[in-house]
Design a protein around this ligand. Structure first.
Ligand code: NAI
Length: 330
C-alpha cells in the first residue's frame, strides 16, 4: 500500500481534501494517508507554521498531496507554500491548463502547460525596509535554477509530445536578471533541436493569451510571471476551481491545486474539489497507478459532461453532492 503525505490545509482545504480522499477510496485504491497539519492553526501548539515533522514526512514518503494553506498578507509568517518548495528544492511548478468536458469557456482547444521556476526570483524573500517610505525586494535569478527549469520544460515537452517551448521574460527592462534567464533558455534550447523554441515578453504574452490561447504550447517562466500567468491560464479553462498543479523536485513531489484557501467560501460546502482531484490524478500517475488515475478521470469527466457542477463553474451542487456524483460514476 502507498503511504502518501496529506497536508489538508486550511480554509476550504479540509473540505476538498475529504472529497478527494473519498473519491480515491471509492475507486478501490487503498492509500495510507499520513496526515500533516500546517499553517496558522498549528502555530499556537507548535510555534511555527511549517513544523519539521511535515518536511520529514514528505522526505520519507517522497510524495505529498497538498491542499491550500493561508498566508497572511503584508505581515505575519512567511508563506508555508514557498517555504516547502524551497526546503525540499521542488524546483519545477507544473501547471497544465486544458479545457475540461462540460465546462463552458470562451475558448475551445486550450492546451497550455505552464512550467514555473519555483525557488527564486522575487519569491526568495530578500526584502528590506530602507526607511519609513522605502522598501526593497531583491529579484534573484541564477544560472543554475534557470538552466534546470528550462531543461525540465524541454524534457517535459519531449515526454508529452509537445511541439514548442516558449520562454517568457521582461528582458527588455530587466536586462541582467531576465537577460540571464533568456541566456540560459537559449543555451538549453540548442540541446533540443527537435522541439521548437520561442521567446516572448510577458506583457505581450498576456495580451495574446486572452486573444487566442491556442497560439501557445509549453511556457517556461521565472517564478513571479509564472505565478501570475498560471492564474490567467486557469481563467481560460473555467477558473481556479479546476486548475491543477504539481511541485516537482529531484527527490520528491508535492501535488497541489493552483488556487488558495478561498476564505470567502470556507465551511459553506461550496468549494470545487476538481482542481485538487486533478492534482491527485496526476499524483497517481506519478506513482504509477495509471489504471486508478484513468478510472477517476473518466468518472470526473463523465460527471462534468452530465452537467453536474459546483457554483464556480456554473452549476448548483454542493461539494458533497458533486463528490457523490463522481463516486456514483466510478
Ligand atoms: P484563492 O485562490 O483562495 O481565491 C480566489 C477566488 O477563487 C475566491 O473567490 C475563491 O472563492 C475562488 N476559489 C478558489 N478556489 C476555489 C475552489 N476550489 N472552488 C470554488 N471557488 C474557488 O485566492 P486568494 O483569495 O487570493 O487567497 C486566499 C489565501 O490563499 C491567501 O492567504 C493566499 O496566500 C493563499 N494561497 C495559498 C496557495 C497555496 O496554498 N498553494 C496558493 C494561492 C493562495
Amino acid at each position: 500500500m502507498h503511504t502518501i503525505t496529506l497536508i489538508n490545509g486550511d480554509g476550504i482545504g479540509p473540505e476538498i481534501s475529504e472529497s478527494v480522499q473519498r473519491i480515491i477510496k471509492a475507486s478501490g485504491l487503498e492509500i495510507n494517508w499520513d496526515l500533516q497539519t500546517a499553517g496558522s492553526d498549528v502555530i499556537e501548539k507548535e510555534g511555527v507554521p511549517l513544523p519539521e515533522r511535515v518536511i520529514e514526512s514528505i522526505k520519507k514518503n517522497k510524495v505529498a498531496l497538498k491542499a491550500p494553506v493561508t498566508t497572511p498578507i503584508g505581515k505575519g509568517f512567511r508563506s508555508v507554500n514557498v517555504q516547502l518548495r524551497k526546503t525540499l528544492d521542488l524546483y519545477a511548478n507544473l501547471r497544465p491548463c486544458k479545457n475540461l468536458p462540460g465546462v463552458e469557456t470562451r475558448f475551445k482547444d486550450v492546451d497550455i502547460v505552464v512550467v514555473r521556476e519555483n525557488t527564486e526570483d522575487l519569491y526568495a524573500g530578500v526584502e528590506e525596509k530602507i526607511d519609513e517610505d522605502t522598501a526593497h525586494s531583491i529579484k534573484i535569478i541564477t544560472r543554475k535554477a534557470s538552466e534546470r527549469i528550462c531543461k525540465f520544460a524541454f524534457e517535459y515537452a519531449i515526454k508529452n509530445n509537445r511541439q514548442e517551448v516558449c520562454a517568457v521574460s521582461k528582458a527588455n527592462i530587466m536586462k541582467l536578471s531576465d537577460g540571464l534567464f533568456l541566456e540560459c533558455f537559449r543555451k538549453v534550447s540548442a540541446e533540443y533541436p527537435q522541439i521548437k523554441s520561442r521567446e516572448i515578453l510577458v506583457d505581450n504574452l498576456c495580451m495574446q493569451l486572452v486573444q487566442d490561447p491556442t497560439r501557445f504550447d509549453v511556457l517556461v517562466l521565472p517564478n513571479l510571471y509564472g505565478d501570475i500567468v498560471s492564474d490567467l491560464t486557469a481563467g481560460l479553462i473555467g477558473g481556479l476551481g479546476v486548475a491543477q498543479g504539481a511541485n516537482i523536485g529531484l527527490d520528491c513531489a508535492v501535488f497541489e491545486p493552483v488556487h488558495g484557501s478561498a476564505p470567502d467560501i470556507k465551511g459553506q460546502n461550496k468549494a470545487n474539489p476538481t482542481a485538487l482531484l486533478l492534482s491527485a490524478i496526476e499524483m497517481l500517475k506519478y506513482i504509477n497507478e495509471y489504471s486508478y488515475a484513468e478510472k477517476i478521470e473518466k468518472a470526473l469527466f463523465k460527471t462534468l459532461s452530465q452537467g453536474y457542477k459546483t457554483a464556480d463553474i456554473g452549476g448548483n451542487l454542493t461539494t458533497t453532492e458533486f463528490t457523490n456524483k463522481i463516486i456514483e460514476n466510478l
